[in-house]
Design a protein around this ligand. Structure first.
Ligand SMILES: C[S@@+](CC[C@H](N)C(=O)[O-])C[C@H]1O[C@@H](n2cnc3c(N)ncnc32)[C@H](O)[C@@H]1O
Length: 262
């Protein structure tokens, strides 16, 4: 298995959760904190601990500043950012995930100034701090998640000259094809436009494409530039060990720097 394949392998389970092919599907009425706490509590480690590939490809050349990772999970992205010189903050609703993220940062020799983590519900976060980079990697959930509202508010966290990066599943993984047959739905956020009903009775999940994300962000074109809005394929390993290709949606927008008075 190549390095790239092992690195992307972590998102199998991720996509699985989004797709609801995880047969332990929680009903939507389960409280998000309860759902994610139970999910993290069900395994010693949920993700690989490695950074998401899109973050590396996108941010590597940026000058480090302050970074915020929304739904940071076990902290792989925050630890990578902090090692690159960013003062990085990760927020997640799961106490267990945050404990693991803190342990990962300590193991990497990072101080709390370099990598800090908070347990919080992003739905209730006030946009009172500014960051040079706000990133959200696979911020999907099979239970209540006002994702579009959170991402719109995330833009308000971006400092002038800073970036907002959103990486999302843009297509169901190949192993989730049974979803369409059984209409199990279970996709992501409850406020999401992603669940269309077909002419029969089946719910067919539709994933956010970059143009959907941009439309939902509704950014002022006088203030923001779109740097990337594209889908990108990457190799992954399916739960049955098959080598597959997953499609990510990537949106990178930049808030224009404030004009310097003449
Ligand atoms: C699919 S995982 C992605 C984790 C991580 N970003 C990654 O790429 O490995 C989604 C994460 O969002 C978190 N999450 C879901 N709803 C949340 C909310 N309302 N507030 C904060 N975090 C939330 C979950 O606990 C989980 O860690």
């Amino acid at each position: 298995m190549t390095e790239q394949e092992t690195r992307v392998n972590e998102s199998q389970a991720d996509a699985e959760g989004v797709q609801g092919t995880d047969k332990s599907n929680a009903p939507k009425e389960v409280a998000p904190a309860e759902y994610w706490e139970a999910r993290y509590g069900s395994a010693e480690q949920m993700w690989s601990g490695r950074v998401n590939q899109v973050l590396v490809e996108t941010v590597d050349e940026f000058d480090p500043g302050r970074a915020l990772d929304l739904g940071c999970g076990e902290g792989g992205d925050v630890v990578w950012l902090a090692k690159r010189g960013w003062r990085a903050t990760g927020i997640d609703i799961s106490e267990t995930a945050i404990q693991r993220a803190r342990a990962a940062a300590r193991d990497a020799g990072l101080t709390e100034t370099q990598a800090n983590f908070r347990v919080a519900d992003l739905a209730e976060l006030a946009a009172d701090e500014r960051f040079d980079l706000v990133t959200a990697s696979f911020l999907h959930s099979p239970v209540e998640l006002p994702r579009e509202q959170i991402l719109r508010r995330a833009a308000a966290h971006v400092a002038p000259g800073g970036h907002l990066l959103i990486t999302a599943h843009a297509a169901p993984p190949p192993w989730a094809s049974d979803l369409h047959d059984h209409g199990s739905g279970g996709h992501g956020s409850a406020d999401h436009s992603s669940e269309d009903r077909d002419s029969e009775t089946h719910e067919v999940p539709r994933f956010p494409l970059p143009q959907d994300e941009l439309a939902a962000l509704d950014l002022d074109p006088e203030e923001w530039d779109t740097v990337i809005a594209q889908t990108r394929d990457r190799e992954a390993v399916a739960p049955d060990g098959a080598h597959v290709v997953l499609t990510d949606g990537i949106v990178l927008v930049r808030r224009r720097a404030a004009a310097v008075p003449q």
